[in-house]
Write a protein that binds this ligand. Sequence first.
Ligand code: COI
Length: 356
Amino acid sequence: MTKYNIDVTLTQTKKEKPNASELAFGKVFTDHMFIMDYTEGQGWHDPRIIPYQPLTLDPASMIFHYGQSVFEGLKAYVTKKEQVLLFRPDENFKRLNKSNDRLCIPHLDEELALEALKTLIQVDRDWIPNAEGTSLYIRPFIISTEPYLGVSPSDRYQFIIILSPVASYYKEGIAPVRIAVENEFVRSVAGGTGSAKTGGNYAASLKAQQLSGTKGYSQVLWLDGVERKYIEEVGSMNIFFKVDGEVITPSINGSILEGITRKSVIELLKHWGIPVSERKISIAEIKEAYAAGKLEEAFGTGTAAVISPVGELFWQNEGMSINGGKTGEVTKKLYDTLTGIQSGMVEDHFNWCIEV
Ligand code: COI
């Protein structure tokens, strides 16, 4: 039992851990999971850690029909001194509650969520990989479980945390990815759910991603859903460009995700004195910068993607090769600094990491 009375039941059958060379993204899960229930009138109750196992849900559970769910993604690292670090977990639980607001899901006690996560990581500590470029990916999520086919907020939920030892998100590793600007489909509009971390946003993105994948692109770059002119974000990351010495990224506008890596990158750039601005950016402006030889770098940011250099951007039948398809200087510095802070190799002046 812990401060929050989190009950812990350990598994009797430990799974075999994968070798570092076999790690992919999100395919293998640790021995335990955290789970807690919500019932209207009773609130969140019965926080517990149990052996990792399938869920048993009524087929009428609302999650299966109307997709009322939210999730988060964060990572734990083990340092050379054997400390376990979490990167800005308070920001994730704050954002989870913002997503909860949008999806009519009851708020979680953020302190309890953090305590639950720390306890789970302590239980499965041996699963944190330590090879370069690897980490323990953490997936907290909430699903609606009331068996009811009417369209309304559920009166029952489950909050679950699962853990997965991972390597890089993209098959390219940290090599630059190719991205196609999406012209046919849209991801979200202001007033929609684009700024919430909810499964429906990702379901809506699959068709475009599948089509662009057949042409050799890793993901699509979404444009705004109204004018189809302004850059929003990439499937699993926020996007940045370096144009003529200045780093620019689309401002938070209600339809893009408020990335925690995005926020950290802006803080790092400001700290280094590199000009950075958040504003509306049209795809035409990026093409003009490219034509004028001023498009110096492009990269995506996200928990899973970390800092992913973009080597080519395809729009209107033309591939714009960025920095000769190679990782740019600022992109590399950001990657090294951020992963250095996260893994305890670079001093954490910002106090972003907390020890488990
Ligand atoms: C993350 O970066 O953690 C995410 O949640 C993106 C996910 C779609 C892989």
